[in-house]
Write a protein that binds this ligand. Sequence first.
Ligand code: C2O
Ligand code: CU
Ligand code: CU
Length: 486
Amino acid sequence: MKRYYQLLALLFVLLSLSLVGCEGDTSTNVGKLDFKNSLQIPPILEPITDSDGKKHFTLTMQSGTTEFFQEKQTPTWGINGSYLGPTIRVSRGDQVSFDVVNNLNEDSTLHWHGMRLPAVMDGGPHQMIEAGATWKPNWTIEQPAATTWYHPHLHGKTALHVYRGLAGLFIIDDEESKKLPSEYGVNDIPIIIQDKIFKGDGSFNENMGMTPFGLLGNQILVNGTHDPYLEVTTSQVRFRLLNGSNARAYNIGFSDDRSFSLVGNDAGLLPEPVNLDRLLLSPGERAEIVVQFNAGEETILHSFAGKDGIENGEFDLVKMIADNRLSTSSQLPNRLTAEPPIEVPENAKVRKFELTTKSAINGKKMEMDRIDEVVPAGAREIWEITNNGWDHNFHIHDAVFTVIDKNGKLPPIYERGRKDTVFIPNGTSVRLAVDFGSYPDPDTPYMYHCHLLYHEDSGMMGQFIIVEPGTESQVSKQLTKGRHDH
Ligand code: C2O
Ligand code: CU
Ligand code: CU
């Protein structure tokens, strides 16, 4: 019997080696790029503004082809285009509405990751948009400036839909954020990082489950551009980094080891800029950084070799080439935001979640008709997440949190701001101080899940509802009763 397993293991190793052999080394692109393509900047989508200032946007999910490599057409999906979607940019206080048109030939959804909004507008697995249908969400932007994003979220197929190209940035401005470089495409530049595997004919390898973490690619696209360079024209540039990959984490820095200022995490600005030279971004996380450039210099935005798991690999992302004359921008403010830190009450409710190598949370796989947690509107709670297997991360919808500690210690300096997604490597326990949204709706759940999309699709996701404070136990009782009657 033992022999049999050994043989099986050997076979598996040989098989994986041969797979790596035909797809190329999955762990680096360093030395293989020429930086010959100008970095594409997703266009800003102009809204139609009605007489009372409400902003209306139309997003159309569609299929097409994209030329990432010269004379090779890759079948892709995009929003208002063939790959990725436009950038939506609004201000705090704006009322927004959308027509989300599904012109694909299959059902999908569109989720506003990082947005605080009523559950029926969230675009999760319960807000299906059938092929050919249009979904019309609307809400008011009631949160501080942040770099959020949008992507499909239909249960079981999120990985594939995002991988094919359905994703875009959703920027919120406010008075504070406008003091930072804000000229889109000039000194305020999106950097959407995704890894891919291409087949010989140019099409994507879509083997979502190729590693225990999902697909780990060997080619990098930034804003949908392969082999990119960026011409820098100002002495100070704000980059909005989004890890839009399915599974890979990036240990971000510059090839010349220059330092930069971190000014914001997922859910908003930091109280003051923090000087850094490395920053880890797991899937779904964002960071805003401000980088200083000297005239005529070059540097490469780089992902440095990390540990194993989803940090494995080393990649060049974008070469940045500064013009011989740079226009100078004003100094970075010392105070970025006056937004108070998230403080939880003494007797805050503590909820515990365990992640393992099974794609489940607390041993339970996602079920569309099971509510796992009932949270009072506006609650501040401690969520304690322990990872006992493989690398994962954790994202909570309609919430903002700060990381209290990681294995009992303060989190790394780049993880101390306002967040909605946190990296939890194998063997790590984190405590989060979570601020929940304030729209009660006992009928429509929000999600929390691992943002490694293959894990999420395989069931590493749970559902919570936000209820009128004081009604939680009553609602919970009805839920258990409902499940027993079932
Ligand atoms: Cu970015 Cu629940 O997702
Ligand atoms: Cu989300
Ligand atoms: Cu995971």
